[in-house]
Design a protein around this ligand. Sequence first.
Ligand SMILES: [Mg+2]
Length: 225
Amino acid sequence: MIRAVVFDLDNTLYDYDHCNKIAEEILLSVISKEFDISVSEAGHLLKNAKSNVKRILGDGVAASHNRLLYMQNICEQCMQNPFRYAMKFYDTYWDCFLEHMTAFDHVIPVMDQLKKRGIVIGIITDLTAHIQYRKIAKLGLQDYIDHIVTSEEAGIEKPGRRIFELMLQKMELQPEEVLMVGDNIKKDIIGARDVGMHGILFERNEKDMRKLILDFIEDKGEKDV
Ligand SMILES: [Mg+2]
């Protein structure tokens, strides 16, 4: 019997790619104005900043996605004082990103149904807790979600076992009682199945995600009775 559904956040509950594209465009135009460089030069700085931060930290840790570190690195590449610009760039990106976020159509109806059935809801996500909390608030999901585990908290990203095991501990459930829903096969689905959870891949062209999740839960419930 399924007692909990755990969702990935980015690109599963809302369109990350769309928000990121718009926010990076605004960010690059602000960097280009502040540093009197072209937008494409600003793009190179951002690309270098991401690879510099990931090279220092290694892949698979939450801080390797921290955009304040990218913005600081951009300032360092340009020999500019990060205290003058990094927070401004950071806020430019995230303010724009959050402004464009809306939950996919199926999200609230699915969560409503899960709550009505007494099913626990969790989020497992690869990033620092602070910004993921802001996203969840913007999506209006805070009252639906019972538990969250971020890669910052687990010290490892999906598909590492620890991040899934930590969620099971918080929920006090066995893995076979939990369904993971996410857009990334390797991180979300294989990661969940490796610890014994069930997994459903979220695909953009899936017309009725709500039905897919609820049918899966009903099917499991009947089999176990
Ligand atoms: Mg995702």
